[in-house]
Design a protein around this ligand. Structure first.
Ligand code: USQ
Length: 406
């Protein structure tokens, strides 16, 4: 297949591009390199040293003889360029990662909120709009999030996208329907993924676009089979308070003797998936497109659930790291249960990579190797969800420490 990977320079995009190229597909990366600019804005860098995208693809070619093509296009801003590119190349499938994906970054300030909404919603809409305009029947696979469901504990398993409901009619009968699970975003970033869902519903219904939405949990790990092939193919690995995600952060913190930063009681339960499984799921989704005219296909892309404090304890047991119980900068339920259905991917052959000591220790070893690159002052998560929370943390809303007044 000819596959366009939008956002193919990012944390899941890059290993996905490599995996699909390795499987024999003709892979084209479209990316505006915004993630590299955001590193510069925040004054942080990936724990692992990353080469330019051009250098990465050159090494891939030298190692495997396979080509990955790179095109510098901003989906949210360069609509005409995007439309022209799609029309010229006419890919069979498109994977859409081209969105700002960090919840804390999206909550930093009014400017970051605007950027996240404008970028994410425009990128998705431009893509859908262009597909219709040029009459391209490419299968669109989108990286969504488990966060569209919210984390309220209702005591029932979260279905894969659609919830069967009974609606009482005027005659007193019960009409059965399947509706999108009620959206309950916990950040501006998560809200943009809820808005994406509605865009997909409309374009699938109105124009018969074939769309698969993957509601992914928190990704952990850094290497895949292909990123291991050469040091310069290494994946990015974020540890900072905005882009680092919880399990990877704890593993890096353990490697640099930094107390594990548990927010609140650590009673938050979340869904997780290893990066290797994430790229496998995307390949499985590509191989199982919905029919033209069918409703949006939705998968829950996760393999297990864990409570934050249990993860901290597990890593502390393996590494001897201390645990720091910190005031939570987020507005979120302090404790929740989470049961998630994921039979679809398992039924299509996914054999989950579960959290186990060997893999966790391997990640701590990667982190130790690059520990000299860590700026410890960028480890704390300081982006507060509300002004009131910022005040309790003695920070301004962007996370800068306020002078203490005596
Ligand atoms: N947390 C800590 N300590 C930390 C970092 C996070 O206790 O040092 C807590 C947070 O308060 C939260 C939980 O861990 O309760 C998860 O935080 P996270 O930063 O690992 O994940 P999140 O902000 O939800 O976002 C990440 C990805 C996002 C993806 C989402 C999937 O950045 O792109 O959509 O995971 S999910 O969480 O299932 O919505």
């Amino acid at each position: 297949m000819k596959i366009a990977v939008m956002g193919g320079d990012g944390f899941v995009g890059w290993p996905t591009a490599l995996h699909l190229s390795d499987a024999g597909h003709d892979v084209h990366i479209l990316d505006n390199l915004s993630r590299r600019w955001i590193d510069t804005e925040l004054g942080v860098q990936s724990l692992t040293p990353m080469d330019s995208i051009q250098e990465r693809t050159r090494i891939w070619h030298a190692e495997t003889g396979r080509r990955i093509h790179f095109h510098l296009i901003d989906l949210a801003r360069d609509y005409d360029l995007l439309k022209t590119w799609l029309n010229e190349h006419r890919p069979d499938a498109i994977i859409h990662f081209a969105e700002q994906r960090a919840a804390p970054y999206s909550m930093k300030s009014d400017r970051h909120k605007n950027y996240t909404v404008n970028n994410n919603v425009s990128a998705t809409h431009n893509l859908l709009n262009a597909l219709v305009e040029i009459g391209l029947d490419a299968h669109l696979v989108h990286l969504g999030t488990m966060g569209v469901y919210g984390y309220s504990t209702v005591g029932a398993a979260i279905p894969e996208g659609y919830l069967p409901v009974g609606i009482e009619t005027v005659d007193g009968d019960i009409a059965s329907q399947e509706i999108l699970y009620p959206a309950n975003p916990g950040s501006i970033y998560h809200m943009t993924k809820c808005l994406d869902q509605l865009l997909f519903q409309f374009y699938a219904k109105n124009d018969g676009l074939r769309v698969t939405d993957l509601h992914q949990g928190i990704v952990w790990g850094t290497h895949t089979a292909q990123t291991r092939l050469h040091p310069q193919l290494v994946n990015r690995f974020d540890y900072d308070g905005d882009y680092g995600t919880v399990l990877n952060r704890f593993l890096i913190q353990a490697a640099i003797d930094y107390p594990l930063t548990v927010h609140g009681t650590g009673g938050q339960t979340r869904a997780f998936i290893h990066i290797q499984d994430s790229v496998r799921c995307i390949e499985i989704a590509l191989n199982n497109p919905p029919a033209r005219g069918a409703r949006v296909e939705i998968f829950n892309q996760m393999t297990e659930t864990h409570r934050v404090r249990d993860l901290a304890q597990m890593i502390s047991n393996i590494t001897g790291a201390d645990i720091a119980w910190l005031p939570n900068p987020r507005k979120e339920a302090p404790e929740n249960d989470l049961i998630v259905r994921n039979e679809k991917f398992r039924g299509l052959g996914l054999a989950p990579t579960t959290l186990e000591n060997g893999l966790l220790s391997e990640i701590v070893d990667v982190a130790k190797k690059f520990a000299y690159r860590v700026d410890r002052s960028r480890v704390p998560a300081v982006s507060a969800w509300t002004r009131d929370i910022a005040r309790t943390l003695n920070r301004d809303p962007e996370g800068k420490m306020l002078k203490s007044v005596s």
